[in-house]
Design a protein around this ligand. Sequence first.
Ligand SMILES: O=C(O)C[C@@H](Cc1ccccc1)[C@H](O)SCc1ccccc1
Ligand code: NI
Length: 183
Amino acid sequence: IITMDDIVREGDPILRVVTEPVSMPPSQEDREEMAAMLRFLRYSQDPEMSKKYKLRAGVGLSANQVGLNKRMFAALLTDDQGNEKEYAMYNPKIVSYSVSMTYLPESEGCLSVDRAVQGFVPRYEKVKILTYDEQGNERKLRFKGFDAIVMQHEMDHLNGIMFFDHINKEHPFKLPSGVQISS
Ligand SMILES: O=C(O)C[C@@H](Cc1ccccc1)[C@H](O)SCc1ccccc1
Ligand code: NI
């Protein structure tokens, strides 16, 4: 299983690569790796398993965070009915986004970053993502709010971008002017 030892930390060059698209439909290997990434996220959100395997809670995990130069990430979100929703995102692409922006007041964290980074990370409030599923079918998915933030955080990983790249160096808590902000 994937444990924290398998997660590469900032400074590792693979966190700065633009990852390679995976074949369509995904290979057996791609699907097995995705299953392991989703399992990590499930265990990381489970009180017993996270304690047993010393896992940091995660809602998303990109392939390059576990050393794989592959354009895919896993996400484990909870819908407003409280049901767990698994996302296996192969070759995802943001195809449209809202004018309005959002951000997490407590800033963002990252399983690959073992330090607290201060500052606001501006994100689109809504995103539409074109992605492929396990069978290679094209899917158009829409996300807003926290789920949209997760998707953007993971999409960034696939493009070698870290969340702190978005923080304004001079004024970390300054929000982009001129656009509507909801937090
Ligand atoms: O490092 C990763 O990519 C996983 C991050 C993704 C993430 C961070 C901040 C905001 C949205 C997504 C981990 O999920 S950080 C841990 C975490 C857990 C629950 C809620 C927020 C952050
Ligand atoms: Ni991250």
